[in-house]
Write a protein of this length. Structure first.
Length: 343
């Protein structure tokens, strides 16, 4: 989320906040709110790279929505692209907005900004103010009237639940809107698990675990795995995989973290499996996956293995050659490549 979008959002917020309480949904660290005199600022942010930058010595942080009975004078929201996730955020905002409070929401024009006013109307807001700058839209309105039926529907659709497309043989996975691949089984992930050998053993980690498809299949296929570590930057993914792996018969640990950095507390691993994300904003790029590869090399034992899947066009080979002793592309199918690397 660019600083320009945050600047657009703040343009609809009074210059003096006079001790008011603020809830910043999907928020990023914004000292300007305290500089304007806000009495208390609470951030809701599930994405670890953003959450870790928030100064929690002066503000509060909710990785997911907490305390539905709380009440804030202002609720600000940086709107996500996923429409179901966004509707859920609007519903959560309404429930935490004081009777005379102001709701303010912003998004880039090419990331759903033009739909914001319509969504606020559907939610029951009236006298909606609208402005645009920095190629973005900002909308705001006081609480006053609400469409409670619509709000309840949005909240129900966005909650953690089973999605039909995530049913896999003996299990239906829990996930929620906004998580990567939340309503599907990723084809690349399925190909990875169809390819890896069943003799993987010892301590294993699932980098970018999501709701747990790779982890679930790993334990089903590889009976010699003794401990499993599940890591993701999305706090909601950690919540989901805890539910989805609750029946595991071996020790499983869960880590909310940024996998582009070395895992300080991670024990030496025998194997890492991963399907790294490659979208950052609108651009598909390989920097995130390269960060995953580097971190994997720092977490594996000598001769440890990395198994990963990637789109065939993503140029990971240079990073693999730099950080690993050797690697090979085991198979290429349907636009994906399965890579095995040895430290």
């Amino acid at each position: 989320m660019s600083e320009a979008i945050i600047d657009t959002l703040l343009s609809a917020v009074p210059p003096t906040l006079e001790g008011k309480s603020i809830l910043f949904i999907n928020g990023q660290d914004c000292p300007e709110l305290l500089n304007r005199g806000a009495g208390a600022v609470t951030y809701q942010q599930h994405f670890y790279p953003y959450a870790s930058q928030i100064d929690t010595t002066r503000t509060a942080l909710w990785p997911v929505f907490e305390d539905e009975n709380s009440s804030f004078d202002f609720v600000l929201c940086l709107a996500p692209k996923n429409i179901v996730e966004l509707q859920g955020m609007i519903a959560a905002s309404v429930k935490r907005l004081s009777p005379e409070g102001l709701f303010v929401m912003a998004a880039a024009n090419d990331a759903g900004g033009k739909r914001l006013a319509k969504l606020m109307t559907q939610a029951g807001f009236e006298d909606i103010s609208q402005d645009h700058k920095n190629k973005a839209r900002v909308v705001s309105a006081a609480k006053k009237t609400l469409n409670q039926e619509q709000i309840d529907q949005w909240q129900a659709a966005a909650r953690m639940q089973t999605h039909e497309a995530t049913n896999f043989e003996d299990m239906a996975f829990q996930s929620c809107a906004g998580m990567y691949g939340y309503e599907k089984i990723d084809k690349g992930a399925a190909l990875l698990m169809d390819t890896i050998p069943d003799d993987i053993r010892g301590a294993v980690a699932d980098f970018g675990c999501g709701y747990g498809y790779l982890s679930h299949r790993l334990l089903k296929q590889c009976r010699k795995v003794k401990q499993l570590h599940c890591l993701d930057a999305d706090y909601r993914a950690i919540m989901a995989i805890k539910q989805n792996m609750s029946a595991a018969q071996i020790p499983v640990s869960y880590h909310w973290t940024d996998l582009r950095r070395k895992m300080v507390k991670m024990p030496p691993l025998d194997t890492i499996i991963m399907n790294p994300p490659f979208h950052d904003g609108k651009q598909a790029q390989s920097l995130i996956g390269i960060g995953f590869i580097k971190t994997a090399s720092l977490c594996l034992k000598k001769n440890g293995r990395l198994w990963m899947v990637a789109n065939t066009h993503l140029p990971y080979e240079q990073a693999l050659a730099e950080y690993f002793y050797k690697f090979e592309i085991v198979t290429t199918q349907a636009g994906f490549k399965i890579i095995r690397a040895v430290l």
